[in-house]
Design a protein around this ligand. Sequence first.
Ligand code: AGP
Length: 372
Amino acid sequence: SAAEKGGYDYFMLKEIAEQPKAVADTLLGRIDEAGRLTLDEVRIPDHVLREVDKVVIVACGTAYHAGMIAKYAIEHWTRIPCETELASEFRYRDPILDQRTLVVAISQSGETMDTLMALRHAREQGAKVLAICNTNGSTIPRESDAVLYTHAGPEVAVASTKAFLTQLVACYLVALYLGQVRGTKWGDEIRSVIRELSQISTEVEKVLGTMEPVRELARNLADKNTVLFLGRHVGYPVALEGALKLKELAYMHAEGFAAGELKHGPIALIEEDLPVVVVVPSPRGRSVLHDKIVSNIQEIRARGARTIVIAEEGDEAVVPYADHLVRIPATPTLLQPLVATVPLQVFACELATARGNEVDQPRNLAKSVTVE
Ligand code: AGP
C-alpha cells in the first residue's frame, strides 16, 4: 500500500532514501568514544582472529559486489590475503580451507541457497564462518560461527540498495577490526578512517539531495539498448553493481568493466553516442589511477561515446571530457563506493520507470533465491 511505501511510488525509492539512516544504524554502538571499534557481538575471540591467515568472502549478486570491495579493504588494512568468490562457484572447485581461514558469507536475506551451501562446505573443512546479514535469525547466521548484522531494516524491493550500502559498512568494520586487533602499520589510517566512516551517512544524504540531473539523464536515455560502466580499484565493483541494477530494473544490456581492461577488448564496443558511465577514483591518494582513468575517458570520448562521469567534488581534470558530470563528495579512497553507488541506483530506478517496467518486482526475479 501507499502507506507502507512511506509516500514513495515504489519501495525501491523509499529504500534508496533510507540509506543515510541504514548506514548510521549499522555503525551505531560499534564505535566507542575513543574511536575504537567494539564488535563484541562477533563471537570469534580476538586470539583466533589474530591467527587468521586467509580470508575468503562468498556471496551472490549485489552482496558479491560488496565482497569484492571488501577484498581491497581487508588486504590493505590487515595485510591478510583475501579472495572473494561467487558462492555458486566456490564449493564446486575444491577450495583450500583450514582452521586458520576466515570465511565471510554476505547475504541480505540470509536464505540464499548458493551462499548457504558455500558456508556449509567451508565449515566442513574446519574454517570459521562470519556472516554479514540483514535478516535476524535467518538460516545463514544460524549456521555460522558468528554474525555481524547490517541494520538496513526490511528491504522489500527485489533490487538491493540500502542492504548493499550497509554490507559495505559491515565489510569495512570487519576489515578495520581485523586491522585493529592485529595491529598493522596502518594504525593511524585505520583510526582516521573510523572517524570518517562515522560521518559518512551525512555524505550519502548530500548525494541524495543532488540527484535530479541524474533522473533527467536517465529519462533521456530510455530508448538506448546498451550502457557500459567502467571503474577501477574499488570503482570496478561499483561499475559491476551499476550494470547489475540496470539489467535487473531496465532490462537493458549493461556491462561493467575494469577500466584497465578497456584496451584488452571492450574498447571495440565503443561507438557513436553509446552511453558509458565512468566511476572516477579520487585524485588525492592513488592519483596514478585517477590519471589513468582520465585518459580512458578521453579515449572513449574520442571514439564517440557519451561519457557520464562520476567524480569527486573539485576534480577538475575530468571536466573537459564529461558529457554529463555527476559530483560526489570527497571520501577516503576505500570508502568511495558508499557515495559512488547511489547515483547508479537512482539512474537504474528512473530508467526502469521511464521504460514502464515494474520497479519493485522485476520480471523473472525473486527477492531471495532459495534454490541452487
Ligand atoms: C540484487 O539487486 C539482487 N536482486 C541479487 O543479486 C541479490 O543481491 C542476490 O541474490 C543475493 O541475495 P542475498 O543478499 O539475499 O543473499
